[in-house]
Design a protein around this ligand. Sequence first.
Ligand code: GLU
Length: 504
Amino acid sequence: MSQKVRVRFAPSPTGPLHIGGVRTALFNYLFAKKHGGDFVLRIEDTDQNRYVEGAEDYIIQSLDWCGMPFDEGPGKNEKFGPYRQSERKHLYRQYADDLIASGNAYYAFDTAEQLDAERKGHEAEGKTFIYNWHNREKGRLVNSLTLSPEETKAKIEAGDDYVIRFKSPQDETLHLKDIIRGNIKIDTNILDDKVLFKSDGMPTYHLANIVDDHLMEITHVIRGEEWLPSLALHQLLYNAFGWKAPEFAHLPLILKPTGKGKLSKRDGDKMGFPVFPLEYNAADGSVSRGYKEDGYFPEAVVNFLAFLGWNPGTEQEIFSLEQLISDFDLEKVHKAGARFDPDKTKWFNHHYMQQQLDLDLATQFKAIQPELAEMDVNYIALVVGLIKERATFVSDFWNLSHFFFTTPTSFDEKASKKALKEGTADILNKVIALVNATEDFTVENLQTEIKGWITTNEIGFGKVMMPLRLALVGALQGPDVFDIMFMIGKAETVKRIENLVHTL
Ligand code: GLU
């Protein structure tokens, strides 16, 4: 590749960025970084009816949270700016006019009612109405291909509404290339004459997208499979302008966890997982869950997303962003849809949790747990080190560790039945004496003292360790009993055992 690689992520700011959009951004980012190229953000806001306030900020924050900030875009390195299509509005008309002048586009004056009548008429005959070579010059449709130049001019001057349509060629075979899908052959007769420029003075997606990709010197277009049907038109537009087209790669669909059908925004609510990177507060007051707020680490989300349509061809599953950059290969992306597996994201999160510093996790834990407000963060970090292996989220920590911070106020009923037997009170009183007598209160010494005593007296471990755990935790759960004793200290240990003895 001699030319500098330049890719763009081109979302429309119509709401929160779906996780599939984040995957598209990620693959663009990985490809750009792998080839020392630029990752451009372009906001495609030509459809003003669907514009949503705040969506652009949401997109940028999502990219930042994932650790893949754009190199160039709104407000940043504006070499090819502006990067919002609404601010480039003045640019597009000229290109539509050029296409008219070269015979590749035409004015169409058909009203919505006329087109609707055509559609219904076709339907009545069991046919589909397509505006193209079939009918564009047959007289029923009103466009500059059938009107004389004078008539066309008169209509425009009279202020009649019109659109500019692309004139799809007849009887040609197009040879398209996609990095993921290989060679694709298209018969141009099946194409419709897409609108390039609307009556509201705005370009459509198709025109703006091609003009911008060209002006912004984009070398590779990496986008979702839903745009594959537009590829033929896009290639024809490049040909009509006489521009070199970028290379294309259409990423596979993301499928529901069942493997059937496309993952939709509603699937998340139905099955209890987020489909957005960040929480989203819509104008109507509704709130959509986000991976971040649900306690996922960005590393886990990125690692998970990378495997939606790509894999390295080895057994390796854990990939940092840096490793992804070095190993990612667009040619290895699959054509087949990728099944979304929310449990796998949790598996990744568990993994990345273990990689985090205990002190960082402790800070996050303290921030969400009111009971920890006054607690020393270094102590919390020691606790985290003991329990994080069994946690997937920081929000799991409290259930796994509350007894390190608060004295149990009740004892689990089932556990009590199992742990408390005749003679338990005597045993626990003896343990209190042993604990009190342990001068150097370390895990090792406690273990030696208590285990030694059990062995010498042939009591049976369960008879001691179960009630002891019940006293300390309030249930038969938690990490090593001696770790707990050491952490809460001698006085608290004794107090808790006494509490249980008093109930016997
Ligand atoms: N604005 C389009 C979208 O929202 C961009 C498609 C493309 O990348 O060409 O998906």
